[in-house]
Design a binder for this molecule. Structure first.
Ligand SMILES: C[S@@+](CC[C@H](N)C(=O)[O-])C[C@H]1O[C@@H](n2cnc3c(N)ncnc32)[C@H](O)[C@@H]1O
Length: 344
């Protein structure tokens, strides 16, 4: 088939096809007599894949990587693309909300310059918070050994003390109907999310680490794994009946935790439930007392671990939930591990 026919069949233009050829995405054979490009069925299939991936906004170099990779896993790439689109969508939503607020200020007040500058600064700050989180713990590298490491005992400071008990408590606290959707944020290797597989219609696991998601899928193929992060969940508004999260929230700073709760609320249904199991202190005084106790005991491992991460101030999270009309219950497993259950 010649280029014009191929373009017609695929509802595109010869120019577009030549562009993909220039970029090395396709290599049609040329007729020895007249040098015309000849497109086979395989070329057409490859071209329609390229067009479909461009349609969802995928970059040319990413498409090339997918098509050139012999062990390519299309799902992985689509997952990355979905996460990128959600991030963009959430950014656009923030921009639109800011414009709405600016319009409100300008209609209320003839000189709203200061308010507009303040709103645009806030928007800029939100953008940088969303984009600047870095995985300094290298979860991709931890993924394969994660389950084994949880079981390791003998440290002077064991953050995974009561791990099984805490996950079981979260699983029994969340009540699900067979039609419900349950989302685990920071799903890791799926240990908590898997407990909902026989209770919910759909169990979704979100994580920023692609390797963690791979291990999770290997262990529990029924979990719908999605790349995403606390501040940009790859879900539409009001999609989830329940959101759970274990041992993950302490990887983001305190002010971002409240943004993460905003984001969970965005995707949660009106009568939804949120259950967070994590390393946290009851309040700042409790933190100070605990750090002093570890220092007095010469337990530098504990002091380092607490300072390296962002153990929550539980009182701040409770305050956030109650101010937004959630009913809140808490459960304390040990000095540093708590559960917060919030029902809308
Ligand atoms: C200590 S593991 C806990 C995994 C699992 N929830 C569990 O209880 O075993 C923390 C997980 O949270 C994920 N995580 C950390 N920060 C995150 C963020 N900002 N957004 C999404 N996932 C995050 C990590 O990639 C990692 O898989």
């Amino acid at each position: 088939m010649h280029i014009k026919q191929a373009a017609k069949q695929l509802n595109t233009t010869s120019r577009t096809i030549r562009f993909y050829e220039e970029k090395g995405l396709i290599k049609p054979q040329k007729d020895a007599d007249n040098d015309y490009r000849m497109f086979t069925d395989n070329d057409l299939l490859r071209l329609s894949t390229i067009l479909a991936l461009r349609e969802i906004g995928m970059r040319i170099d990413t498409i090339k990587a997918i098509l050139d990779d012999q062990d390519m896993n299309m799902t992985d790439y689509l997952n990355v693309q979905r996460s990128a689109l959600f991030e963009k969508w959430i950014e656009m939503k923030d921009m639109i909300q800011t414009i709405d607020q600016m319009i409100e200020r300008t209609t209320e007040n003839t000189d709203a310059t200061e308010a507009i500058i303040a709103l645009s600064r806030h928007l800029k700050n939100m953008k940088s918070v969303r984009n600047n989180w870095e995985d300094k713990w290298h979860f991709d590298h931890q993924a394969r050994g994660y389950d084994q490491n949880i079981k390791m005992a003998g440290y002077r400071f064991n953050v995974h003390q009561d791990y099984d008990k805490a996950l079981s408590k979260a699983a029994e606290t969340i009540h699900l109907q067979p039609t419900d959707i349950c989302v685990d944020v920071g799903v890791g290797t799926g240990n908590l999310d898997a407990k909902f597989l026989d209770k919910a219609a759909r169990v979704i696991g979100v994580d920023q680490s692609e390797e963690m998601l791979k291990v999770c899928t290997e262990k529990y193929p029924a979990i719908d794994t999605r790349k995403g992060h606390f501040l940009a969940l790859p879900l539409l508004n009001h999609e989830a009946d329940a959101i759970v999260s274990s041992y993950a929230l302490h990887h983001i700073p305190d002010d971002e935790k409240l943004l993460a709760l905003d984001e969970m609320s965005r995707v949660l249904k009106s009568h939804g439930q949120i259950c967070i199991v994590d390393l946290m202190f009851k309040n700042m005084q409790h933190r100070t007392d605990m750090v002093r106790r570890f220092e007095d005991d010469g337990n530098s491992e504990a002091v380092y671990a607490i300072e390296d991460e962002f153990y929550a101030d539980r009182s701040k999270l409770i305050e956030w939930f109650t101010a937004r009309g959630y009913q809140v219950e808490t459960y304390q497993f040990n000095d540093i591990l708590s559960m917060i259950y919030a029902k809308r």
